[in-house]
Design a protein around this ligand. Sequence first.
Ligand SMILES: C[S@@+](CC[C@H](N)C(=O)[O-])C[C@H]1O[C@@H](n2cnc3c(N)ncnc32)[C@H](O)[C@@H]1O
Length: 293
Amino acid sequence: MHEVSCIISNELAESLEDYFCEYVRSSWCLLRIRDEDPITLQGFFQERVEAEREYAEMREQFTELPAAPNWREFDDKEWQDAYKAFIDPWSYGDLHWVPVWRRDDYVVPAGETAVYLDAGMAFGTGAHETTRLMAKRLLDFRNAYTGFATKRVIDAGCGSGILAMSAAKLGFNEVYAFDRDPEAVRVSIENRAFNDLPDASVAFVEAGLEDGLINRKADLILANIQADVLKIHAESLVAATAPGGVLALSGILAEEVDSVRAVFAPLVEAKFGEVKIDSRVDGEWCDLTVFAS
Ligand SMILES: C[S@@+](CC[C@H](N)C(=O)[O-])C[C@H]1O[C@@H](n2cnc3c(N)ncnc32)[C@H](O)[C@@H]1O
């Protein structure tokens, strides 16, 4: 495994976030451990030539990136151990997210639900606040319905498949998940197999928000994608929400929540005649959840 990294300015980090969103670049991340630290651009690749190609493409657009970034090579075991050391099981209510390599030593109480995961290069280890906010909405939804098994769930931007598989394992039998990143779809399908879920129990499809929601309706939509993208696709997200359903949005920073609400509220009011929107906070992140009446 090859790591490429360099320190970048806050302004460049903002532009790169938009770039990563526009072009699928799942091998890259922006890292700041403590508030006072500078931001590091970091990429992980199996092949160094692939890293060099993507970095060179980025430098064409962002000329302030250094010509000679830092390179580090890990052997596969060292890399796997470093990655695994960061990820712990997490549970909320009766739902447990367990790294696959902890399958044998993590005890799931009888009658509770475990989802086994290896997110690999996809987003969705279960460690992020934005994912956890969605788990809470999923459990609220499950708890609100006794006949819940007939409810349809969509996971928009499924990453590792963590939310879609949680829905399937909690008993929802019409779960449709999509992501525009082919690597995320590959990882999701692999995770579905780790969980012994039949293919038909949760569909994982490569699609973007512009086409993934066409002709679809769901009683619960979970969309943990960044605020700007949610705003662009607000009409399709509201259109895909069934009457009486729930549209749960995440990936929203606290300072962005009002602007997301301002885009969604009039659409919800126009479609459902009433606006019931709730928001929860976890660290610097918020969700925004619409209850369609
Ligand atoms: C923050 S991750 C969420 C992953 C997972 N659902 C979770 O909650 O942990 C966002 C995911 O949305 C995908 N994504 C971003 N923009 C998208 C778009 N326009 N259409 C579909 N997927 C998108 C990304 O590839 C990424 O896997």
